[in-house]
Design a protein around this ligand. Structure first.
Ligand SMILES: C[S@@+](CC[C@H](N)C(=O)[O-])C[C@H]1O[C@@H](n2cnc3c(N)ncnc32)[C@H](O)[C@@H]1O
Length: 276
């Protein structure tokens, strides 16, 4: 199963870690997620995909949650998450997010899907319907999508970046499959999709951050053990080589476009079970 899911991605390196960026994300958004998802000390909470479990751990540390279901397709991530959560409150589930409706028992108050919906949830309709089935009346789903493709400068930079990456990889005989960066039209389709699968979109919250290209490059370097867009060729076989290509193409894109600062747009979608 995993092989098929990761067809368009390369997942090498068993190392799991949390970058500075992700640590900042957890501290900034954990109180907000508690509010948006309406979580209390009595809530049953699903974190899917949970990754290394840092968001659930931060939420639990605030006295929130009676029971946590942590789902991820990757066993290494689940093992890392396990070390951060109290055993008596936590159930770990190794599954594809698209199977969430079958993998977790109903009676859930809040589902969090963070840094994942766009790329890591392959069967979005099945996932959304599954979430609706799991949720209690008034239960909520919050997911987010982050993109650098909104905003003229940032969009131009990402386009040049992907072109350079493809070109440089091709020079080394490598095959490249780059995901499409979500633009506003894509985000609109997600908002609409929610309503077609037993959920009502209550609100979206958009957070924009200015990121220097240099920081973007450093963050690329610092994320170990994550899925990366597929770039595979006779001389490109390791994660480090892919990261180096990313960074080189960022530098070239910065030169070509004269863009030095990018806009990261993150949209949180807040939905509740049921139709209006
Ligand atoms: C970028 S991480 C996000 C993890 C966590 N929510 C966070 O914000 O740190 C993406 C996670 O999705 C997991 N993943 C990838 N494809 C998946 C799938 N089809 N079903 C479930 N988990 C998946 C990966 O193993 C990884 O832990």
């Amino acid at each position: 199963m995993a092989q098929e899911l990761f067809r368009d991605y390369v997942h090498d390196g068993e190392t799991v870690g949390v970058t500075q960026v992700r640590a900042g994300y957890v501290s900034e958004f954990s109180p907000k997620l508690i509010e948006w998802a309406g979580l209390t000390s009595q809530s049953v909470i699903v974190d899917a995909p949970c990754g290394t479990g840092d968001m659930s751990s931060a939420i639990e540390a605030q006295g929130i949650g009676r029971m946590f279901y942590l789902l991820d397709v990757n066993k290494t991530q689940l093992q890392a998450a396990q070390t951060k959560m109290p055993e008596n409150k936590t159930t770990l589930i190794q599954a594809d997010a698209s199977d969430i409706g079958r993998a977790i028992p109903a009676g859930v108050d809040g589902i969090l899907t963070l840094n994942a919906f766009d790329i890591y949830v392959p069967g979005k309709p099945s996932y959304l319907s599954g979430c609706s089935e799991l949720l209690n009346k008034d239960g909520r789903l919050v997911f987010d999508v982050a993109t650098f493709a909104i905003g003229e400068e940032s969009g131009r930079f990402m386009q040049a970046h992907d072109q350079e990456l493809t070109r440089m990889a091709a020079e080394q005989g490598a095959e490249t499959r780059l995901p499409k960066h979500p633009d506003q039209a894509q985000l609109d389709t997600y908002a609409e999709m929610v309503g077609r699968h037993g959920l009502t979109l209550l609100n979206t919250v958009t957070v924009q951050t200015r990121v220097p290209v240099e920081t973007y490059n450093n963050d690329t370097r610092l994320i170990p053990g994550r899925l990366r867009p597929r770039i595979v060729g006779p001389t490109i076989t390791t994660d480090q080589q892919r990261v180096d290509l990313f960074v080189s193409s960022s530098k070239r894109a910065a030169e070509q476009t004269a863009v030095s600062t990018l806009t990261n747009t993150r949209v949180f979608f807040i939905a509740r079970k049921g139709k209006n």
